[in-house]
Design a protein around this ligand. Sequence first.
Ligand code: SF4
Length: 696
Amino acid sequence: VVALGMPTRSVDTTCAYCGVGCSFRAEVQGDGDDSQVVRMIPSKNGGANEGHSCVKGRFAYGYAAHKDRQLSPMVRDTIDDEWRKVSWEEAIAKVATGFQALQAEHGVGAIGGISSSRCTNEEVYVVQKLVRAAFGNNNIDTCARVCHSPTGYGLKQTFGTSAGTQDFKSVEKSDAILLIGANPTDAHPVFASRMKKRLREGARLIVADPRRIDLVRSPHVEAAHHLAVLPGSNVAFVNAMAHVIVTEGLHDAAFVQERCEDADEYLAFIADPAHSPEATAEVTGLDPDELRAAARLFASVPNGAIYYGLGVTEHSQGSTMVMGMANLAMVTGNIGREGVGVNPLRGQNNVQGSCDMGSFPHEFPGYRHVSDGDTRAIYESLWGKSLDPEPGLRIPNMFDSALAGSFRGLYVQGEDIAQSDPNTQHVEAALRAMDLVVVQDLFLNETARFAHVFLPGTSFLEKDGTFTNAERRINRVRPVFSSKVGLDEWAITCAIGQAMGYDMSYDSASEIMDEIAATTPTFAGVSFDRLDELGSMQWPVFDDSSTGTPIMHVDGFVRGKGKLIETVFVPTTERSTRKFPLILTTGRILSQYNVGAQTRRTANNTWHPEDVLEIHPADAEVRGISTGDLVDLSSRVGSTTLRAMVSERMPAGVVYTTFHHPVTGANVVTTENSDWATNCPEYKVTAVQVGVANQR
Ligand code: SF4
C-alpha cells in the first residue's frame, strides 16, 4: 500500500539506500513547501534496476518528512546542556572559530572530518576539499572504512583499481555464481532478483556463508553447494578452492601466463598441501569433498562470477580475502568479459562514490596517493593552497588520538559513528574527549548525543547531484523539493570553509562535478548535461566521446598485468573461550537499512521493529533459551539484551544478529579488532556468551 493522491508533477531521481542504486520517478502532489511525495515508481529505463524496486526504496520518502527531522542549526556549550536553535550564521561561526582555536592550541592535525556515503559525490568532494585545503591536513575518512575499505585495497593491489569489475547486467551471462559473505535477497534485493532469474535459467550457485541464507534454498532456486565457512576462516577457504583448481589442472594456464604477474610463485604457493581442503577442514569447518566439488564446478563452467559482501571484508584478513578472490578469478580466467569478475555488493547508496571522491586520508579523488607530487600539484594549483603530502588519520586513529588528547575536533557529515562503529564504549569515550563535535545530519542521531553543534542536512529528495552505485554507475539525483533547511548540503560545508578564511564557493552542484571532471581522469567525461542525456554512465569515462565502461580489465588490467598475491592465512586473535564460547556474526534484514536511522522512520519499521539474536537449537537448549526469550549477549568489551530466535539457519557455535536498532546495539559487543591493511573492523567475528536475561 502506498500513500494515495493524484500526482501533479514528477521528478526522476535515485534511491538513497543500498548500493544497487535504483532509479525512480518520484510523484509529487502540490507545489511549494506543502507538496509531498505520494509514491515512488521504479524507472523502466533505470540502468541498475530496469523497472524493479524493493520495499525499502518504495517507502524511502517517508523519512524525509518525518517529525524527528531537524530543520534548524543548534548549538550548546557542553553535551549536558539543552540544544539552542540558532541562525546558520551563528552555528557556522561557532564551528569555524572553535576549529581554529583548537588548531591554534593543539596544531593543524587536531581536527578532521568524516564524510558520508549517503551524501552525493558533490557533497563528499567538498568535505574532503574542506579538510585538505581549509583544515590543512588529510584527516578525512569515510564510513567505507568500516565496510568496504578492504575491497578498495585488495582490488587495487591485484587489478589496479578500487572497484568491482562488472555491471549488474553481466550476471545474466554467468554460468556459476560464487556468492561469499553476502545476503542479496535482504541487502541488495533488486540485484538478487536479477541473480535469481539467471539461476532459474540454469546457472549454478555456490553459497559460502556460515548462515543458511535464503538463496541456499528458496522457491525455484537451490544452491548446488552451501559451504558454511566458519567465521574467521575465509582466507583458508578461498585458498583451498584455488588449491583444488590448480593441483587438479583446472586452472586457465594461458590466462595466468599471459595476463598475470608472479604466476610461478603463486602457483607454487597455492599448490602446497597445507592449503588443501583436507588440511584446512578443521579451520574452515567444511567437508573437504563438498569443497572440492564446489571448486570443480566453479572452474568447469565457461563463465564463473564472484559476488561478495561484508562477510568478506569485515575481518582481520578482509583485504587478504579480497586478494584471494581476485586470485581465484584470475587462475580461472574469469576476468574481462560478461558473466565473470569480482563484484563487491556495496552497502550504502554512494559508498563507491565517497571512495571515488577522495574520502580516504591517503588518497585524492580517483584513488591517487597524497604523496604523489603531480597529483598534489593539480589540486594546489586549483585550490590555491599547499597540501600535506602525508596521509592523515583513519577513523579508528581519530578515536585513539582523541583519547590520547591530540585530536580535539570532528566534523561528521551524515554518519552515526556512535552506533555504526565497533566497540561503542570506546567510540563514546573518544567523542566525549573531544572539545568540538559537529554533526550534520537529518536527525539527532546517537552521535549527536556527543555533539556541540548540530547542522541540519538535506534528504535525498532535496539534493541535486550524483550517486555512484556498486557497478560504478553514476546516477543523477534530482531535487523534488528545495532544501528544507535553507541551504544545500554542499553549501553548508563551503560556508565552514569560508568562515575559516578559505575561499570555497560554487553556484551549483553541477559546477562541483565540473571541477571533479577537470581534476579526475576517470571522471573526465562526466557532466550533469551528459548524464541527463545518457541516463547514467559507468566510470571510467575518460573523455566526452566515451559513454562509460561497463566491464573493466578487458584487454589488460588497469595496472598492466594482474598481480597474483600469496594470500597467507593468519587466524584472527578473536577466538571462542570458556567464558565466551560462541562466535557472533552480523548482517542485515530486508526491511531495514544500516543503523536504521532512515528506515525506522518509515513504514518499513513495522516489519522488523527490533534486532533479534539467531541461535542454533543445540546452543539454545543447553542455555534454556526459547524463541522470544530476552537474552543477554556479552563479549569481552560489553553486553546488551535482545530477543532470541532459535533457528537452524546458524551452525552450532555461531550466533547472528542485525544492527538496525540503537537500543539493542550489536556494536556494544563488537571489538576493536580490524583488518591488517585498512583498519576495517572485524564485525563478523566476536567471541560471545548468551544467556537468558538476568539469569546468568
Ligand atoms: Fe534498489 Fe537498494 Fe533502493 Fe531497494 S534499497 S530500491 S534495491 S537501491
